[in-house]
Design a protein. Structure first.
Length: 523
């Protein structure tokens, strides 16, 4: 009897091992299931415009009451009394209708649409899934000291002005800090944080580039709220001061968020590459020699958020690294083929609910190849609940511009992260901020990730970061002691957000938080 039982066990084990081997060789999983018709339809229709989103990314209620109805609009499925154009101005509605974002006729049968709905609702979790990725607390709690900064008429009234910082940029040549806001104001602060200069500009400033012995180039967004208007500008700052027309004015940009400056076609002149985010439509475009008449469109896509000019394949030609959002969440690499021609390659792609918000290039493992530091936390969409897959990520480069995630930590509503050796120990640390969440609740308005080596990090928060919602961040050696300090800009989108903070006992709302780095003591 014992021999028979062992023989039976051996047969079972051999069978399982054989099945496993066959699955590895053939690529067929033992647990492979035949997709339902609802899943096939979801992959067909939901994966046609962006990466297919798994049902597990959101809870049942969010899928059923928010995301799926919005997706239905885009497939021409409308319920009685519900109209996607209701909250738009007539002009905005006309532009969106022209783009055919919400078609008048159904793109599939009601029966097939119902199968898609049932697939998501049936397979989604009851509650949002949480990821455990806690890090040890940093032991260096004295490294940073935070000080609030109020600019202009902020705080002059008993009723606090709604803080709306849209731009932070430090001019290291002149040791001046530029601070812009949604009230179309641009302040220049000196080393003592006193107002050194001030401009009123055409609409909210969001980016600026400094060139020695030449006027700075300023980018204004047109409208902070997503729309299809083309009211963004790039112009030399001295033209704003003198209130004179300029032949260098670049206008009619579709809600641009950022631009890069460099000679990308090798003619010895600086070109401008612009991330036009738009709303339902946007562009990656460049201007040959910064000439407004020489606009060339590299990609028509909504949600182009940022572009970096960098030689990624070491062929001595400047390539473009680009972030896309607005559902088509991705990092794209545009290889420079010479003479102003580029070849596009998507190097990272994510589901639409990932909410990509920022990226930059840094060499974390010191191999001479650029890695990617990225935040994803944009939660201003149809699924505003917290997502534990929002946060800070590092993707290491395999030296062939293939990128693999090697670090992730949840930061709800992450808006930006910047890499720098803040503690002077020879490796890159990370400063990260939160905007698309409640920093008073999580105390993660600002998070410092200290590099411990081997892609291991500790985590440090500061209590003063609960004083604002941080949309912008800049690094600068403000006290000239040899290390980088950190500057945060706060943005409250609506009175209701500030009212929530007031109810919790806050009475002042700084535009800027200056986080002094105490690694090197000032002399």
């Amino acid at each position: 009897m014992r021999t028979t039982r062992h023989t039976y066990y051996n047969i079972i084990i051999a069978f399982l091992l054989t099945g496993l081997l066959l699955s590895l060789v053939s690529g067929i999983s033992i647990n492979r299931h035949e997709p339902s018709r609802g899943e096939k339809l979801a992959r067909q229709y939901c994966g046609s415009c962006h990466l297919f989103p798994s049902p597990f990314l959101l809870d049942k209620k969010t899928w059923k009451e928010s995301v799926l109805p919005n997706m239905g609009w885009r497939l021409g499925i409308r319920k009685a009394g519900k109209n996607p154009f209701d909250k738009m101005t007539p002009e905005e509605a006309a532009r969106v209708q022209q783009l055919n974002i919400y078609p008048d006729g159904a793109q599939l049968s009601k029966e097939d649409w119902q199968l898609i709905v049932e697939y998501y609702v049936r397979n989604a979790p009851e509650q949002p899934l949480m990821i455990e990725n806690t890090l040890p607390d940093s032991m260096d709690s004295m490294r940073f000291q935070a000080n609030t900064l109020f600019i202009g008429d902020q705080g002059a009234s008993d009723v606090p002005k709604l803080t709306k910082t849209t731009l932070l940029k430090y001019d290291s040549l002149e040791s001046k800090l530029y601070v812009g806001n949604a009230y179309n104001e641009l302040f220049v602060l000196d080393s003592l944080f006193q107002v050194d200069n001030f401009w009123e500009v055409v609409n909210p400033p969001v980016d600026i580039h400094f060139t020695p012995h030449r006027p700075a180039s300023l980018l204004t967004i047109g409208s902070i709220a997503p729309n299809e208007e083309k009211r963004g500008f790039i112009f030399p700052l001295d033209s704003a001061v003198l209130n004179k027309p300029t032949s260098q004015l670049i206008s009619s940009l579709a809600r641009p968020l950022q631009f890069a400056k460099g000679d990308i076609n090798g003619d010895g002149k600086d070109d401008l590459v612009v991330a036009e985010s738009g709303n339902h439509s946007g562009k990656l475009s460049w201007f040959d020699g910064a000439d407004p008449k020489k606009k060339k469109i590299l990609k028509d896509q909504a949600g182009i958020r940022k572009v970096i000019i960098q030689d990624m394949n070491q062929d001595n030609l400047p390539d473009l690294v680009v972030m896309g959002a607005q559902a088509a969440e991705s990092i794209m690499l545009f290889y420079n083929k010479g003479d102003g021609n580029f070849e596009e390659r998507i190097v990272l792609q994510f589901p639409p609910v990932y909410g990509l918000s920022y990226f930059e290039l840094a060499d974390f493992n010191k191999d001479g190849h650029w890695d990617i530091l990225m935040t994803n936390g944009d939660n201003w969409d149809v699924s505003g609940n917290r997502k534990s897959y929002h946060g800070v990520r590092i993707f290491l480069n395999d030296r062939k511009n293939n990128f693999k995630e090697t670090f992730f930590n949840t930061v709800f509503g992450a808006s930006k992260a910047m890499a720098h050796d803040f503690d002077g120990d020879g490796d890159l640390d990370i400063a990260a901020i939160c905007f698309y969440d409640d920093p008073m609740d999580t105390m993660e308005g600002f998070v410092y990730f200290e590099n411990l080596g081997g892609m291991k990090f500790s985590k440090l928060m500061i209590k003063e970061a609960a004083l604002g919602k941080w949309l912008t961040m800049e690094l600068a050696d403000l006290d000239r002691d040899g290390d980088k300090d950190i500057i945060l800009g706060s943005y409250f989108n609506a009175v209701e957000e500030m009212t929530t903070f007031l109810a919790r006992g806050l009475v002042s709302f700084p535009q800027v938080l200056v986080i002094s780095n105490n690694t090197i003591k000032p002399k």
